[in-house]
Design a protein around this ligand. Structure first.
Ligand code: GLA
Length: 725
């Protein structure tokens, strides 16, 4: 059983396939953390608890007999506020007396097979009850009546634990949650590096690795979305860890709003890590009897390096996060109108794209921004989700029929959470956007943000979308989000609840997305936020793929896709071949193939030889589909570590196939290039497709393949496909 409780020593042990996690109910019901790391059979871990001397500056609880115990230095399972623990607090609740002292202690627990759903929030799901066990640990602050349940779901066949927290007010007076992190994790030393994914619009998810240092280091967003700037992912890895070696603890918050991940190295040289909703822009009032549920954090442990950590995330997300038909069904190969036409299109132009695309083997035309209201540029019409008949003469129905008649599916663009000042919706309901009394509303991309916490707003947007999507044969929606939140207030919330708006906004968006996916279970949703500004597991629970970046230059895409792959699988990474001229079309395709693959160009402008190449690429897409969508990723040469080349490899789960891609970013100093593969079976023999040469897995992984090229020019690329013989 993955979860055990030893009644003698009061130690809880959570064992996944490859990791163990342990804590103890100590004297006075303190929850003391003991261990998280590689799997161990024993649970006599109490000796790990004491962390050094006990000077007078470390306060203690006089009722605890052990003079070495102090909240200041002991590892806490879930740290509170103001009661002797001066490090990062995971929980702080302002009580009706006006102070924030928060000190929760163990009360009871239950263990069961399965995983509970989180109220209003997306999370991982199980395919069968016996895939995981859940521990519900009830704690209480006896003075204030804050009843706090810690949830741990422990996976049996993957080194994965998910955690979340629920706070209930069991008193008869109101209380205000000031911070409620989803996890608190303690590590015994500071010999770790922190890895995060930072960036900006057009340059998302660069990998940043830094040594942990004394004090607090943080990765966070308070933009109202998970953001381009920081992803809700963090890894703490041993200082010597690389792709194949060392310890890696990966954390990913299943949440699309303001988040914070903080690591603190304290005076004893140990590390505390917390992750959850960013408390800087958060507050939540709990009236007596009310409860609040935190989003879920996914924790992955690997003792085989960072690459293995990523592959565990990938396996997990493919099977336990992505939902519905599109988890397993082959996704349509699409062509999107944005970079081909921007706002300048009409029905005939779109039909001409579809007609040419069909000849090349493409499955779906996606009509991007500009089809609704009177939108000919980005100054108007968000919120008016009815067709612009001036552009699409004959209406949307006729366009969809014409595209369908060519044998092509049809997809459409929406930006449901936004409103243009120049829109019928805004003129009718100026109070429907986020705003605070007496302040100008900041504008961004000429638009405001709808107050998604309001049911009337969501009802209106849902009805508008429903009337289009239920009427026409639309099989795909690109759900965009092109600005961040400012002056975030709601006209409906009382003053004491205004701090709830950021979280209520996210809950509102989730509610709308869940309504939509329920009404149209076969609809494929691709998320987008000015590219990859909301690339997070919360969104993936509704949309199986997310547009990775507005930057479609294949060389720029290398670092974006490398970073994204830290925890997100290829099947989720929206990647297209565009008209970007920096490289030949084969390199653009080789890079986009590490993703959902598609096109974003005017197919009528392709030369004949490019058309032949595209036809071949479409064939390759089908040939490699399951290898890329379900295979294991090995990052071979990282663009963050090598200035010249970048290489990656997909290996099928049964190790019978592998596809290697290598891109020259800049002509290398040394022409010779021998690449060692990974993840193969050393005893299997593999044939290389192009040359027909047969090599052992041992040779390919140890001696490598010689990829030295005659030309090796900037932007050139190559692929090699191996199949077991
Ligand atoms: C965002 C998206 C683009 C495109 C435009 C349309 O920037 O990332 O792909 O859809 O919006 O306005």
């Amino acid at each position: 059983m993955p979860i055990s409780y030893n009644k003698e020593n009061h130690i809880f042990k959570l064992d996944t396939s490859d990791s163990s996690y342990a804590f103890q109910v100590y004297e006075e019901n303190y929850l003391v953390h003991l261990y998280y790391g590689a799997k161990i059979p024993d649970d006599n871990l109490e000796h790990l608890m004491f962390r050094g001397s006990f000077p007078s500056f470390s306060p203690y609880n006089a009722k605890v007999c052990n003079p070495m115990f102090s909240a200041d230095i002991t590892q806490s399972e879930y740290s509170g506020e103001g009661a002797g623990d001066y490090r990062l607090s995971a929980l702080a609740i302002k009580n009706a007396d006006g102070n924030c002292v928060t000190d929760v202690r163990y009360v009871s627990h239950t263990v069961y097979s399965g995983k509970p759903e989180l109220e209003g929030l997306p999370g991982l799901y199980l395919n069968s009850e016996d895939e995981a066990q859940t521990l519900e640990l009830v704690t209480l602050d006896a003075v204030t009546g804050a009843r706090v349940t810690l949830y741990y779901t422990v996976f049996e066949s993957l080194p994965v634990i998910t955690r979340s927290v629920r706070v209930e007010n069991s008193s008869d007076r109101p209380m205000d949650i000031e911070r409620v992190y989803s996890c608190c994790v303690e590590l015994p030393t500071a010999d770790y590096d922190l890895i995060g994914l930072y960036g900006r619009w057009y340059k998302e998810r660069s990998v940043q690795r830094r040594a942990l240092a004394h004090g607090i280091q943080s990765i966070a967003s308070k933009r109202g979305s998970s953001s381009h700037n920081h992803n809700p992912f963090a890894a703490i890895v041993s200082s010597d860890a690389n792709e194949d070696y060392g310890e890696a603890y990966g954390f990913n918050l299943v949440y699309s709003g303001n988040f914070s991940a903080e690591a603190e190295v304290d005076a004893s040289g140990s590390t505390r890590f917390i992750m959850g909703i960013n408390p800087e822009s958060f507050g939540w009032r709990l009236e007596p009897g009310e409860g609040f549920t935190s989003p879920e954090v996914v924790m992955v442990y690997s003792h085989n390096g960072i690459g293995e950590m990523s592959r565990v995330f990938h396996r997990l997300y493919r099977k336990n996060l992505i939902r519905g038909k599109w988890r397993d069904a082959v996704r349509p190969l699409l062509i999107n109108s944005w970079e081909a036409a921007y706002f300048d299109f009409d029905s005939d132009k779109l039909v001409s794209f579809a007609s040419q695309a069909k000849k090349l083997g493409i499955d779906m035309l996606v009509m991007d921004d500009g089809w609704f209201g009177h939108r000919d540029n980005d100054t108007s019409s968000l919120g008016d989700w009815y067709v612009n008949e001036n552009k699409l003469s004959g209406g949307l129905g006729s366009l969809v029929e014409r595209v369908n008649a060519l044998g092509m599916k049809f997809g459409i663009w929406y930006e449901p959470e936004m409103i243009s000042p120049d829109s019928d919706l805004y003129r009718a309901h100026p109070d429907w956007c986020l705003q605070v009394p007496g302040r100008e509303k900041s504008i961004a991309r000429r638009q405001y943000v709808l107050d998604m916490s309001r049911k009337d707003v969501r009802d209106n947007i849902f009805e508008q979308m429903y009337s289009v999507l239920s009427k026409y044969n639309i099989e795909y929606v690109k759900w965009d989000f092109n600005r961040n939140l400012t002056e975030a207030g709601s006209a409906l919330l009382p003053a004491e609840r205004q701090k709830e708006i950021f979280h209520r906004f996210v809950l509102g968006t989730y509610e709308l997305m869940s309504r939509l996916t329920k009404a149209f279970p076969d609809l494929l949703i691709e998320n987008c936020s000015g590219g990859g500004g909301r690339f997070d597991p919360g969104m993936l629970a509704f949309s199986p793929q997310i547009w990775c970046s507005d930057d479609t230059d294949p060389i720029e895409r290398l670092s974006i896709q490398f970073g994204t792959s830290m925890c997100y699988p290829a099947s989720t990474m929206g990647a297209h071949v565009s008209a970007c001229g920096r490289t030949q079309i084969d390199t653009r395709a080789n890079v986009a193939m590490w993703g959902t693959f598609g096109y974003e160009l005017d197919p009528n402008k392709l030369t004949d030889s490019e058309k032949r190449e595209v036809t071949q690429q479409v064939e390759d897409y089908h040939k490699y589909y399951s290898l890329i969508h379900e295979g294991e990723l090995y990052r071979l040469v990282s663009p963050f570590e090598n200035a010249y080349r970048c290489a990656w490899e997909f290996v099928s789960e049964d190790k019978t196939e592998a596809l290697v891609t290598c891109v020259t970013m800049r002509r290398a100093e040394h022409p010779m290039f021998i690449l060692r593969l990974k993840g193969l079976d050393p005893d299997k023999m593999y044939e290389e497709d192009e040359s027909g040469e047969v090599y052992s897995g041992a040779l390919l992984m140890n001696a490598g393949i010689n990829l030295t090229q005659r030309s090796d020019r900037d932007g050139e690329s190559l692929t090699r496909y191996f199949r077991q013989v």
